[in-house]
Design a protein around this ligand. Structure first.
Ligand code: NAP
Length: 278
């Protein structure tokens, strides 16, 4: 199937659906861009909010709709459907779209497997992304079903590209990706909060402490990305023998920082594996 002048429906345009949509509309690839995007929600109140956020742009018409009947109509005229509902509401949303079969279905939903989605359409891809996507600083982990053609795989990369970083992995890694990527911002925010409060408790005003903590996180991430070096190597470069940094590192390790983070991401991944089960 060729994807030209097609319509794309976002079925469930809440936090993560909007993160995807905002990223995509910021920089759509002309060759594979849809002619029209229909953003579906459940309630009229959410539809009104979306209408104030999204306007037609870059030659892409935007339509907002809500309710089960509108879902069915939107999907009937679409070739690509991106689903962004909560796991426990996903079945209900899919059941409202009888014409899904044969369409490219891209899931942003945690826990639901390719197998489960294939009851509704054989062509399924799973994407696990996160809220920084909204500002093009997100990560998208993509797992495709074997039914997706090369053109469809490329289309998914084009649709997800504006999110930020796109990584293709086998489906067996999707629960782990949910813990690392989907939940990841919450864990990093805990660290940001802790660093901000550390500065505060040592006498730095809140605003400046938060600004410094944000820049330390951003700068260190960039350093790791640009150098490609292992985190332990970069950490040791900062540690003077007998100095301040190694004293801090030892105190944090005594408090179990690294294992707490590993355990947190593992707990999130384990929870993700339960979400698609009824
Ligand atoms: N939030 C994150 O950081 C994050 C990260 C990674 C993955 N995810 C995954 O993304 C999915 C959505 O999470 P979320 O946080 O974005 O939830 P959310 O903010 O509650 O958004 C869900 C959206 O689905 C709509 N909806 C509910 N039932 C519907 C139906 N029958 N038909 C059409 N639309 C319907 C809701 O509309 P109303 O507002 O009208 O109810 C809402 O717009 C989840 O599966 C989650 O695992 C989320």
């Amino acid at each position: 199937m060729s994807y030209k002048d097609y319509t794309l429906t976002v079925l469930g345009t809440g936090t993560i659906g909007q993160a995807f949509l905002s990223a995509y509309l910021s920089n759509p690839k002309a060759e594979t861009a849809p002619k029209k995007i229909i953003a579906c929600v459940n309630s009229e109140a959410s539809a009104k909010k979306l209408e104030s956020i999204y306007k037609s742009s870059n030659g892409i018409e935007i339509e907002i709709s809500y309710g089960a009947e509108s879902n069915g109509k939107a999907v009937a005229q679409s070739q690509v459907v991106v689903i962004g509902t909560k796991p426990y509401l996903t079945e209900k949303a899919l059941e409202s779209c009888p014409s899904l079969q044969g369409k490219l279905l891209i899931s942003l939903v945690a826990g639901w497997t390719i197998d489960q989605f294939q009851q509704y359409s054989a062509k399924v891809s799973r994407v696990m992304t996160n809220t920084p996507a909204k500002y093009q600083y997100g990560t998208a982990v993509v797992a495709n079903s074997s039914a997706a053609t090369e053109d469809e795989r490329q289309l998914i990369l084009d649709l997800m590209g504006p999110i930020g970083k796109v990584v293709e992995l086998p489906e067996k890694n999707m629960d782990a990706a949910t813990g690392l990527v989907g939940s990841g911002p919450a864990f990093v925010l805990l660290i940001l909060e802790a660093m901000t409060e550390a500065g505060l408790s040592l006498g730095i005003p809140l605003k400046e402490s938060k600004e410094c903590a944000i820049k330390v996180l951003e700068g260190t991430a960039k350093l790791a990305e640009i150098t490609g070096a292992h985190p332990a190597e970069l950490k040791h470069q900062v540690c003077t023998p007998g100095g301040t940094t190694i004293a801090g590192v030892v105190a944090m390790e005594e408090a179990g920082l690294k294992s707490a983070i590993v355990k947190g991401i593992t707990a999130a991944a384990n929870r993700a594996s339960e979400l698609g089960k009824k």
